[in-house]
Design a protein around this ligand. Structure first.
Ligand SMILES: *Cc1c(COP(=O)(O)O)cnc(C)c1O
Length: 439
């Protein structure tokens, strides 16, 4: 039924509710920074979660060759099936064998991992429902859900326990409208890696409360020595797990926009309706990039283990370097990561009373030292900042030593007496150590 045409006297074109309610928190905060770097010092940004930023980390030749070959293949120019070419889905299924039994039919190719996340959220949650997300957490979840009228509810991670999930808090957040629990492992922004035991505890809560899991495993295998990555799907007996991953971080190609969802549903709880929903949703973009799809089997099969090992070892060494340097910064408490490519650093704000928030702290650090770290606000987690560990060694070292200088110059000296009351036991020695060195 068409409405009678109204007499349009004026142009009146409005943005949709979806457009108006979609926000990228990180971009909003970063673009509204009101400070200029110190012109005497080159600007060093430890804020960008893109491993290609500094040009020091590159994919191996096998990966580049695979794409060079793909461009010659006529089918890599045409549309592919909505879920992706079967050869590519087969290759992802083999590559993902660590997740449990995966058949090509369980694999849906997407335009990056964030598109995979969007599909899962949009297929499993309706407007008015909620999705449980870790705090501190990766903000794309908020961006994707809120526009759709889906509420984000947080469950807390515990900074004093290597960012494990606060299990009681997680369970208490679940209500009748909870459509999904998001588990990010290894974690952005924390760099934590969960043990099998801890993953089983999370699965137990999901099973008891009958809530499916979205496993964001874009940092799969990205773990430092002494730690082991376990796919949560491999441990699930009954909880449906939708795992989102892709090439972006491990292969150092965020711009290629190749990700995937893998459906793990051993007991057929999701049924055909959810799978059909995913197929329907995949049709919205007429399938992901076929140039990269064609290259995918060679990328996943030919990349040598030595490439993966070298990248992770580099990041691990950068983590150690940053941790050792920043432990010396009075008023900071870096938390050593176990994987991924980030480190969270607590700022003891009571020792810097001239700054009301950590945003003011990082802004002043830009204007004095030309070093930029992402404020905790970007993860809905005040009093912390996040640094990326992918920067080359000389840049990371220089940035850390400027952070130490900044803290030394800005910490309030008459607060030193109060430190014992303020600082947690574990950080106390480090802080005093830092102060005595700066005194
Ligand atoms: C980078 C990142 C993504 C998004 O990856 P794309 O493939 O670039 O969309 C998703 N989740 C986490 C935790 C990330 O850090």
């Amino acid at each position: 039924m068409s409405r009678p045409s109204r007499d349009r006297q004026e142009w009146e074109v409005r943005a949709s509710a979806l457009a108006r309610n979609t926000h990228n928190l990180i971009r909003n905060i970063v673009e509204n920074l009101r400070v200029e770097p110190n012109p005497e010092k080159p600007f060093l940004a430890l804020s960008v979660g893109d491993p290609t930023t500094f040009g020091n980390l590159n994919p191996p030749e096998q990966v580049l060759d695979a794409v060079r070959e793909s461009i010659e293949w006529t089918k890599s120019r045409g549309y592919g099936p909505a879920l992706g070419h079967m050869e590519a889905r087969q290759a992802v299924a083999e590559y993902s064998a660590h997740q449990g039994d995966v058949t090509p039919e369980d694999v849906i190719l997407c335009s990056g991992c964030s598109h995979a996340i969007e599909m899962v959220i949009a297929v499993l949650a309706d407007s008015g429902q909620n999705v449980l997300v870790p705090r501190p957490g990766f903000m794309i979840y908020k961006t994707l859900a809120e526009g759709l009228g889906i509420e984000i509810k947080y469950y807390n991670l515990l900074p004093d326990q290597q960012w494990k999930v606060d299990l009681d808090d997680l369970e208490s957040q679940i209500d009748d409208d909870t459509a999904l629990i998001v588990v990010i492992n290894p974690s952005n922004p924390c760099g934590s890696v969960y043990s099998e035991e801890h993953l089983l505890e999370i699965l137990d809560i999901a099973a008891r409360n009958r809530v499916p899991i979205l496993a964001d495993e874009i940092y799969e295998f990205f773990v430092f020595s002494g730690h082991k990555f376990t796919a949560i799907s491999s441990l699930s007996k009954d909880v449906p797990v939708l795992t989102c991953s892709g090439l972006t971080k491990r292969f150092l190609v965020p711009g290629w926009r190749m990700g995937w969802v893998i459906v793990h549903d051993r007991n057929n709880i999701l049924g055909q309706e959810i799978r059909k929903g995913l197929v329907n949703f995949a049709g919205r973009i007429l399938g992901p990039n076929t140039l990269i799809q064609r290259a995918l089997p060679a990328i996943l099969r030919n990349t040598p283990q030595s490439f993966y090992d070298e990248v992770v070892l580099f990041i691990e060494n950068q983590a150690k370097l940053a941790y050792e340097e920043l432990r010396r910064a009075p008023g900071l408490r870096p938390i050593m990561p176990q994987g991924a490519m980030y480190m969270m650093i607590e700022i003891k704000m009571s020792l810097f009373p001239q700054f009301k928030t950590e945003l003011q702290f990082v802004e002043r650090m830009v204007s004095e030292q030309s070093v930029f770290c992402l404020p905790g606000q970007c993860f809905d987690y005040p009093n912390f900042m996040r640094i990326v560990l992918t920067a080359p060694e000389d840049i990371l070292r220089e940035a850390c030593s400027r952070i130490v200088v900044f803290c030394t110059e800005n910490i309030v000296s008459d607060k030193i007496k109060e430190i014992d009351n303020v600082v947690s036991v574990s950080a106390e020695n480090e802080l005093c150590e830092g102060l005595s060195r700066t005194a």
